[in-house]
Every structure is written in structure tokens, then in C-alpha cells.
Design a protein around this ligand. Sequence first.
Ligand code: C2E
Ligand code: MG
Ligand code: MG
Ligand code: MG
Length: 290
Amino acid sequence: AAKAAGRNCIRFFVPEMDTELQARIELERAIREAVLNDRFELHYQPLFEIPQRRLAGFEALIRMPAADGTLIPPLAFIPVAEDLRLIDKIGAWVLRQACRTAATWPAHLTVAVNLSPQQFVAGTISDIVAVALRESGLAPHRLELEITEGLLLGNTEAIVSQLLSLKAMGVAIVMDDFGAGYSSLNYLWRFPFDKIKIDRAFMQGLDGPHCQVGAVVKAIIALGRELHMRVTVEGVETASQAAFLDTADGDQVQGFFFGRPVPASELGASILAGFARTMPPASPVTELHV
Ligand code: C2E
Ligand code: MG
Ligand code: MG
Ligand code: MG
């Protein structure tokens, strides 16, 4: 019986592992090919100033087109690209593309780009950003670089000096997904971030039974104020979450309720339309405008 079961196991598991391995190999192949041909896409999600209900800019979010015409989301391929040591190339493409696109927008709009910790290993990130700015003609203050606390876990001094030279260029440095990890507070004071983005888990918590979540968000915003950092609230999906913003003191908001990421080609019309959006009743202002 044991022998039979063993055989069954072999027959059952081997093809499955094979499928998993094949999927990984295929993904790696697709990433290499996309890198060779610059076959990535950036989608742009709007950020709004909370008090004025005004469009502030966009976050660039990468997608990889798959053979079947669908788009592979970043969390499904960025970690693999990091394993393949291809994230430097991809990241440089993202920076150039995002700056080029943002240079075509009205001059008050910013663009935010996510950086992987690996992009700080070679010590060339400020050169790469400088090239993207120079080529596109984008004013440095219109570029925001989003990093996560993971970046500050390692060789902090080398990282901080690179962040400082980016800041000296006039680029804004943003701590993304604040509060999502175990040690956000331990890293917040290590660098003068221009902005922190409160992780969307907090907004999701607002709709749950944990009524203290709102107090935590307000406390994080107060912390940002104390540190002279602007605060973005991420992941606002519902009218009640949007209404919460009127009770808090945040600077900016980003979330599906206000706008989903869209391809650059759809942005012209969106900007012209001003992302008009009716606000929930709690708010006295009813339109978002550019
Ligand atoms: P992130 O930087 O925190 O970006 C926000 C993510 O949350 C995006 O997912 C966005 O679509 C999603 N999001 C925005 N509003 C809402 C909302 O109201 N509800 C929910 N449920 N989600 C919302 P996306 O595009 O899948 O990106 C995921 C992550 O991938 C990003 O998180 C970022 O860490 C990473 N990423 C994206 N683009 C790049 C890139 O160019 N380079 C690197 N290194 N990482 C990137
Ligand atoms: Mg981000
Ligand atoms: Mg985030
Ligand atoms: Mg995230």
C-alpha cells in the first residue's frame, strides 16, 4: 500500500511542480524579453490635495503585458525581476518614462515613482535620476521618489547619503506604506522625508470593528506634522473612508474611490475632465478640479 501511495504521490506531485517551475521559467523569460524591448507599461493613479480637492499629481505604477494581452501586476513580477538583478534596468526605464510623461502635464502636477531597495546597491541612483530629469526637462521638484522602510534596514549610512544627494537635487523623498511593517517608527526619524504615505491597511481597518484605527491615522498625521512631513492617506475605496478624511488633517489622498490607475494615453482626457467626482455629503466641497 505504501508503495502504491508513493507511486501516486510521484504521479500526482511531479507534474504539478513541473507546472510551477515552468511558470517561473516562463515569467523569467517574459521579464528578460520585456527588458530587452522596453515592453512595460506605466499606469498613473491620481493624488489629490485634501483641503482644496485639487489634483496634485500621479503615482506611476508599472505593469508587464503578458502574451495573452492581459497585464501582469507589479507584485507578480517585480520580486522576480529583483532575483534576476534586472530591477535596475526596469527602474531606470520607469524613471525616464515617468519623467517624460509628466513633462507633458500642467506644470503644477507631480509624478511619483517607486524605487526598489536594489536600485540603491550600485550607488548610481542619483545619476540615473539626473539623466531622467535632464532628458525630459522635468523640474526636479515635480518628481517624488517613493521608498519603503525595507530600504533603511541595511547599510543605512550609504543609503542615507544617496537619499540626501537626491534631495539636494530638489527631488522629494517619500516613505511609502507607512505603518505596514514592524519598524516604520524606527526609520522615520533617520531621514528627513518630504512625505509619508499611510499604508492602505489603515483605511481598510476603518470599515472593520476596530474603532481605534481612525485615532491611529490621526496620530500618524500629527506625527508627520511634528516632523514637517506631508502626509498622504492611501487606499481610500469607499464614501465612508472618504468622509473620514474630513475629520482628519491629512494633506493628500489616493485611492480607488477618487481614481484608479489608468494608462498614460487616457490621462489627457482625464486631466481635462478634471477628475470631477462628487464628494460624500460630509464634505462641503463637491468637485475635484485640476
Ligand atoms: P504602492 O507603491 O503602495 O502603490 C499603490 C498600490 O495600491 C497600487 O497597486 C495601486 O493600484 C493600489 N491601490 C491604490 N489605491 C487603492 C485602493 O483604494 N484600494 C486598493 N485595494 N488598492 C489600491 P499596484 O499597481 O498593483 O502596485 C503594487 C506595488 O508594486 C506598489 O505599491 C509598489 O510597491 C510596487 N510597484 C509598482 N510600480 C513599481 C515600479 O515601477 N517599481 C517598483 N520597484 N515597484 C513598483
Ligand atoms: Mg508607492
Ligand atoms: Mg503605498
Ligand atoms: Mg504597497
